[in-house]
Design a protein around this ligand. Structure first.
Ligand code: PRX
Length: 668
């Protein structure tokens, strides 16, 4: 691992923007005292406040237990149920209020407004079905390979009600990626849907999962049941076929469960709630395990204090629920607070550049949460579109990748009409909720900077020797978090060693039981200015951030290596105007294989098959050899410079310096 630690920070400091008096007057968090209460010296007691946002069957006996470092325990002995907190507890006052607005991609189809009462009924009936039909019980893992639809949060909540550990696989992932996650998590039930709309086409989805099951079984994990939702209840869409004895159509089966209610399981605070797989330095994706009490307290607090959600707001987070942002900030955080959360099935610019703004106008959305990639795309296709519609955001979020100050300013002035606050939230799959962001009514915004650690999070920038850099010193380093927090993953599923090494191996005293000795390594390089605002420069490991989604270069390389004849593969990140970054792959062939257009296509197909379209490479370059060090290591830095048409630097120390010019001629 290497970082740009010690390098000078590029770019000037941007000027502050301040939130309006109107925003401050209604904000959830206006008490300056929060910073004093949540200072480092007061850890862990300050986290008692977050747990008070939830309803507990049994209160905890201890806020924090660090004895099994770094697998921290939160709200020890406390008992609660996440589904109860997101659904049941709202019935008394909010049963008639919309919990979920589901917007189908086709504009001629009606938006569904699911009230808390309806959500409760549907979750109960589904929980009963899962328990009886598939024999699922507390602690079992269940894979959900589903796109954006109301049934996805309903299924997640039904799992949480029973104490099942859901493992949602992003709907756009291929059968092979889905199978890997089924196998690693040991899921014997897979929940899917027959089809969904994207870009105006009804995409067949179930058949992907027939393959997922086949592949999983080949790797030793049999899927006993595939439960299938119907995009159009009563009809099997897109030619989906059913396997007798294995597949169950949920919409049909549910008829038997009319009126059935299931008591929520009383879960221990530290029982896992879900797994979310993410890419890391080595090939295989790792399953981040998120607990119940700590995670839910944390995302609820973040939704209340940073996203400023009130029950009367209409809140739209455009992230796919198949990623962590959707879990924390479409489903769990907003629903725990009795919010109304919008779920949109399709592409934000389908059928035209005004679509997102029409959704905002029709539902009177006032909190909007999206990624820089979407902002860049919306700006590119329709810079003047927002003005044509009547919507008024009070709050806007950006997440997932650094946002260029220029893009930030368009977002602020054109989408926010100069009235909305913006929170640039920096965090990760592993962290459950935000690490850095401004507190919207209390701290000014700075374009391009995520902001200081959110209350309770104490970040530091560290150099290679483990020294914490002085804020404002003008140097970049490794972004670390100096204290544990309740939203943090508990462990990597089935691999504690990987958890300890990846996140704590660099700077921590691994034999210590004292949390002060454990520094969480985010894997990002960044810098901190004098005011404590953190600017993220990018990953220090083999991860590429494409449209705010994490892809491991090793995963893409492994996919290329499945093609017969490929000897070596190396992936580099190249800049993309919309996506931020995108992968580009270099491949060398075994003797006897020739470069051809078909070969290039075969490699591109293998990448889509193994991972999914999101991993599509800008180019597949077939080269006679890779630039290598004398010890045989592929010099990805040189390939990245060739792709970026920048200076390759001194290459004379390479074992084969002459290859550089040859490759430059191919890439020209
Ligand atoms: O590199 C950072 C970038 O996204 C990575 C985490 O990706 P993932 O686990 O998929 O979670 C995405 C949603 C939280 C980080 O290591 N990243 C995330 N948010 C920001 C960011 N980079 C810059 N600014 C952000 N606000």
């Amino acid at each position: 691992m290497s970082s740009d630690s010690g390098f000078a920070v590029r770019g000037k400091e941007e000027a502050y923007f301040y939130s309006s008096e109107e925003f401050k007057a209604q904000a959830n968090l206006t008490d300056e005292g929060i910073f004093e209460r949540f200072k480092y010296e007061n850890f862990p007691d300050y986290y008692a406040e977050f747990s008070e946002l939830l309803s507990w069957y049994k209160p905890y006996s201890k806020i924090f237990d660090g004895s099994d470092a770094p697998c921290w325990k939160w709200y020890v002995d406390g008992k609660l149920n996440a589904c109860y907190n997101c659904v049941d507890r709202h019935l008394a006052e909010l049963k008639n209020k919309t919990a979920i607005h589901f917007v189908p991609e086709l504009e001629e189809e009606q938006t569904q407004h699911i009230t808390y009462q309806e959500l409760w009924v549907r979750v109960n009936e589904l929980a009963a079905l899962l328990r009886d039909t598939a024999g699922l019980k507390k602690g079992d893992r269940v894979a959900l390979h589903m796109p954006m639809c109301a049934e996805l949060p309903i299924t997640m909540l039904a799992c949480a009600r029973l104490g099942l550990i859901h493992n949602v696989v992003f709907g756009g992932f291929s059968s092979s990626a889905c199978a890997d996650r089924i196998v690693d998590s040991g899921s014997r039930v897979l929940i899917t849907i027959d089809a969904y709309y994207r870009g105006g086409r009804l995409l067949p989805h179930k058949k992907v999962d027939d393959e997922s099951c086949e592949l999983a079984e080949k790797s030793g994990q049999k899927v006993d049941h595939v439960l299938v939702w119907q995009r159009y209840p009563g009809t099997i869409s897109a030619g989906a076929t059913l396997t007798e004895g294995r597949d169950i159509v949920i919409n049909e089966e549910l008829k038997k469960y009319y009126g059935v209610r299931v008591e929520p399981e009383e879960m221990d605070s530290n029982d896992p709630l879900f797994l979310m797989y993410t890419s890391g330095t080595t090939g295989k994706p790792k399953g981040a395990v998120h607990g119940t009490g700590g995670y839910l307290s944390y995302v609820t607090a973040m939704t209340k204090y940073i996203l400023d959600l009130h029950p009367e707001d209409v809140y739209w987070c455009t992230a796919d629920i198949g990623w962590i942002t959707g879990h924390s900030f479409t489903v769990y955080g907003p629903l725990a607070l009795g919010g109304s959360s919008v779920i949109y099935e399709g592409v934000p610019t389908y059928p035209d550049a005004g679509r997102s703004w029409r959704i905002a106008q029709d539902l009177d959305v006032n909190i909007f949460h999206t990624a820089p990639t979407a902002i860049r795309a919306l700006r590119k296709v329709g810079p003047d579109e927002p003005q044509k519609y009547d919507f008024h955001f009070k709050h806007m979020t950006t997440v997932g990748e650094p946002i260029e100050p220029e893009v930030w300013r368009w977002y602020e002035s054109v989408v926010g009409r100069g009235k909305a606050v913006i929170c640039d939230t920096y965090w990760q799959t592993e962290t459950g909720g935000f690490l850095c962001s401004t507190v919207p009514a209390l701290q000014p915004m700075k374009p391009g900077s995520a902001g200081p650690g959110v209350p309770g999070i104490h970040p530091g920038i560290f150099d290679e020797e483990g020294n914490m850099l002085e804020p404002g010193c003008g140097k970049a380093g490794n972004v670390c978090i100096r204290n544990p927090w309740p939203g943090c993953m508990q462990v990597v599923w089935g691999n504690r060693e990987r958890f300890v090494n990846d996140y704590y191996g660099m700077y921590s005293r691994l034999d210590s039981k004292d949390w002060h000795d454990w520094l969480y390594l985010t894997g990002d390089a960044g810098s901190m200015s004098k005011d404590g605002y953190v600017r993220i420069h990018g990953r220090i490991d083999d991860v590429i951030n494409v449209s705010g989604h994490r892809l491991g270069t090793k995963e893409i390389e492994s996919a290329a290596l499945t093609v017969e004849g490929v000897a070596e593969a190396a992936v580099v990140a190249v800049a993309n105007e919309i996506k931020g970054k995108e992968p580009e792959i270099y491949v060398s062939l075994k003797p006897g294989f020739e470069s051809s257009e078909e070969f290039v296509q075969k490699i591109a197909d293998a990448i889509t098959r193994e991972i999914g379209k999101i991993a599509k490479c800008r180019n597949v370059w077939i080269v006679p050899d890779m630039p290598k060090t004398r010890s045989g290591k592929i010099m990805r830095r040189v390939l990245a410079a060739i792709s970026g048409k920048s200076d390759v630097g001194n290459v004379m120390t390479l074992a084969n310096p002459e290859i550089v010019e040859t490759i430059q001629n191919i890439v020209k």
